[in-house]
Ligand binder design. Structure first.
Ligand SMILES: [Zn+2]
Length: 341
């Protein structure tokens, strides 16, 4: 029976609404990028290289988690690499049986003097467009305002999101260390995004408490990235449920960054039973060494979700997606058609 559930859960078509482009890079691509752009590597052996590029069991915090990115980030700041990553993300998502994925990234982080933010954006959108066409998968791109970059760079990001909204871009996110750069400080970007009709999601309640989630909602976020700390404020939990604000839950990521000490302590099931629209996502599949199926299986196994619950969570993701209404309906039809049991 256990084996059956595993098979059935894996076979269901899925959606990932919270996946970072820079956290979903193939190990071969990291090696090739380093070699072709002249960076020394401690080893060319892919298995050994993973020790530097993926989170280990010793990870105890969000900052330790983010350190892993430092090892390979410099290799990513080139047009050919950025486009390749975007393209390969589509192929990898397709292999995971994802019908739709929302890929997010903060354009200034991959920009350099010779590779401006506007070109980073063009490379990502080109890679995604080609990849979604070649592999037959729907992909929406989310640009992240980043908490630790300059205001000027964040304005460039927001204006580029406006330029490409509806032409590859589906939304805006706020990412980076929320404990050091509180959400309310980014009000002007949220205000602008709302004024031009771009939907917003926001990392909140991961490294900070429920007040960060409350701020994100006040500023107009349509979804919350993580929201793990929501249970600490019952009033707010009620508000999130009643306003039907979906949570983008990322189980393994929360465990690796020690937002929860043990997977059994994760509030996902509490939220689901309470009636909150939860979704299951990967965050950084390569860095965390997971995929969307392993996350669904982890949820199912740990919290005893039934197949009906799993289907409901997948449908929550359809509803929570930033696709235009019409495309959402088409996606829903496609997904339901594949629910054979
Ligand atoms: Zn994230």
């Amino acid at each position: 029976m256990k084996q059956d559930i595993k098979k059935l859960v894996t076979s269901l078509p899925k959606i990932d609404l919270h996946r970072h482009l820079d956290g979903s890079v193939r190990i071969e691509t990291i090696r090739d990028a380093a070699i072709s752009h002249g960076f020394p590597l401690p080893t060319k052996n892919l298995k050994k290289l993973k020790k530097y590029t993926c989170v280990s069991r010793k990870c105890r915090s969000l900052s330790m988690f983010l350190e892993v990115f430092n090892f390979f980030y410099e290799f990513l700041k080139f047009p050919d690499v950025v486009e390749r990553i975007a393209y390969e993300n589509c192929e990898d998502a397709k292999k995971e049986n994802l019908k739709y994925v929302e890929l997010r990234f903060a354009p200034p982080l991959q920009a350099t003097k010779n590779f401006p933010i506007s070109d980073v954006v063009k490379c990502v959108l080109r890679g995604v467009k080609q990849g979604s066409k070649d592999f037959g998968i729907k992909v929406g791109v989310i640009f992240c305002i980043y908490r630790s970059v300059s205001e000027e760079e964040n304005w460039v990001t927001v204006k580029l999101a406006e330029k490409y909204f509806g032409d590859g871009v589906v939304g805006i996110d706020l990412a980076g260390d929320e404990s050091k750069y509180p959400t309310y400080k980014f009000k002007k970007f949220f205000d602008y995004a709302r004024s031009v009709g771009i939907p917003i999601t926001c990392h909140a309640g991961e490294a900070s408490g429920p007040e960060s989630i409350a701020d994100a909602i006040k500023l107009g976020a349509k979804r919350i990235g993580h929201g793990t700390m929501l249970y600490k404020d019952e009033e707010l939990m009620k508000k999130v449920r009643d306003k039907e604000i979906p949570l983008e839950i990322c189980l393994t990521s929360n465990l690796q960054t020690r937002v929860v000490d043990k997977i059994t302590l994760h509030p996902i099931k509490k939220y689901y039973d309470y009636g909150i629209k939860i979704t299951i996502n990967t965050d950084d599949p390569f860095v965390s060494q997971i995929n969307i199926n392993s996350e669904y299986l982890l949820a199912q196994k740990t919290f005893n979700f039934s197949l009906e619950d799993i289907k409901q969570i997948i449908l929550n993701s359809v509803e929570a997606s930033f696709l235009p209404k019409k495309e959402k309906q088409i996606l829903k039809k496609e997904i339901v058609k594949e629910f054979k049991f």
